[in-house]
Ligand binder design. Structure first.
Ligand SMILES: Nc1ncnc2c1ncn2[C@@H]1O[C@H](COP(=O)(O)OP(=O)(O)OP(=O)(O)O)[C@@H](O)[C@H]1O
Length: 375
């Protein structure tokens, strides 16, 4: 287990890591996310004793890295795949690392086989592609068969087959009961690989929770409701019924409704009562990328003038339908979830359910389960 308590690092006036406290537990792949410059690498370097905290502490299995006896046998890390002397042959490089830690030579050949570099093991690393370099870095991390593994951007430069391989490897290492801590900017990959997330922004902790719970808490969930094609009257009648029942309804360009504030069974009942045939009634849950963008929005240091991320939230122009005209905007409860107001909504907040699992009956169980696991 890795445990950080009040971990802080300042470089002059710059606070790179600010009072971070978290635990990375064995048996899980824990994703470490944050915008550029948010302090991920600095945190990893402090975990590995390469940087000294200004204040606070971080331990691995109860001890600071530098106090771990034969640390390479306990902790393996990939921080910078390019940090290998280009004139060295891959096997020679691993062999010298092994010898420094008293690791037998046969382990070198084992890890070369694990990462698929056995056929190029006698080549100099300066001829290696970025992906081959990553594989070599992962081999070095695995050398001591450690219980704790840290990977900084391990899939950087890998092709789809390589990415799948890393994902499978991480999950296998965690299933063996190891502690796996991995940073990445590839959200779709993190959603598939990590079961727990630690998210930081400007050096501060933003979230420490299960991946599914993170998505549920930071995404604007809604129900998509589509009346049978050409049944415009039915759609309008349904929209009115949903609004009267307390739902908030927005209309997509082709007429599909986005509904918040009502659960799926209730929407189905209301459609039935209004005599409207439905061709679609589905929960919409945002992706990890969308949830992540939403959470870190305020903590991004480097942005282009025109922020392309805005499109992730509302790619299509939504309209407030006629049946919402003249209605008072519902009061927004504290801690509610928001999406940017759609065009024409007069700047009113788009009310999201106070319980993010509310729209998706099945998701609620998942969220609860994840919370249970987190405890
Ligand atoms: N040695 C250093 N001296 C001064 N400032 C530093 C040093 N190392 C990091 N920083 C600063 O600390 C902040 C955090 O940097 P860090 O590399 O930890 O972020 P990161 O989350 O890993 O970023 P990225 O995702 O871009 O790799 C940045 O503003 C960076 O400029």
């Amino acid at each position: 287990m890795i445990e950080a308590v009040g971990l802080t690092k300042r470089y002059g006036a710059k606070t790179a890591v600010d009072q971070l406290s978290f635990q990375v537990r064995p048996g899980h792949v824990t994703g470490f996310l944050g915008p550029n410059g948010s302090g991920k690498s600095t945190t990893m370097r402090m975990i590995l004793g390469l940087d000294r905290p200004t204040s606070g502490s971080v331990t691995i299995n109860g001890l600071p890295f530098r106090q771990l006896p034969n640390a390479q046998r306990h902790v393996g890390a990939l921080l910078d795949a390019k940090a290998v002397h280009g004139g060295r042959r891959a096997r020679r490089h691993l062999l010298s690392l092994a010898q420094l830690s008293g690791i037998p030579e046969k382990r070198v050949d084992e890890v070369l086989a694990v990462v698929g570099l056995q056929d190029v093991s006698r080549q100099r690393t300066k001829g290696f592609s970025l992906g081959m370099g990553q594989r070599l870095g992962i081999a070095a991390a695995l050398l001591g068969d450690p219980q704790v593994l840290l990977f900084d951007e391990p899939v950087n430069g890998l092709d789809p087959e390589g990415i799948l391989w890393v994902r499978t490897l991480m999950r296998r290492l965690a299933a063996e009961g190891r502690t796996v801590f991995v940073s990445s900017h590839l959200m779709s990959e993190m959603a598939l690989t990590a079961d727990h997330l630690i998210v930081i922004g400007r050096g501060r902790l933003l979230a420490d929770m299960g991946t599914q719970e993170f998505i549920a808490h930071n995404s604007a969930g809604f129900a998509r409701v589509r009346a049978a094609d050409n049944d415009h009257a039915g759609r309008d009648a349904l929209g009115e019924a949903l609004t009267k029942a307390g739902g908030r309804v927005l209309q997509e360009p082709e007429g599909t409704l986005r509904v918040t504030g009502l659960d799926l069974p209730r929407i189905s009942d209301l459609a039935h009562e209004a005599g409207v045939r439905l061709w679609e009634l589905s929960p919409h849950r945002a992706s990890l990328e969308e949830a992540y963008m939403r959470m870190t929005q305020a903590d991004v240091e480097y942005t282009s003038t025109e922020d392309p991320r805005a499109e992730l939230w509302e790619p299509e122009p939504l309209t407030v339908p006629a049946w919402e005209d003249g209605l008072q905007a519902p009061e927004v409860p504290r801690g509610a979830f928001f999406a940017p107001p759609p065009p024409g909504a007069g700047g009113q907040p788009f009310l999201m359910p106070s319980n993010p699992g509310e729209l998706a009956g099945t998701d609620r169980t998942t969220t609860e389960d994840t919370r249970e696991e987190t405890r």
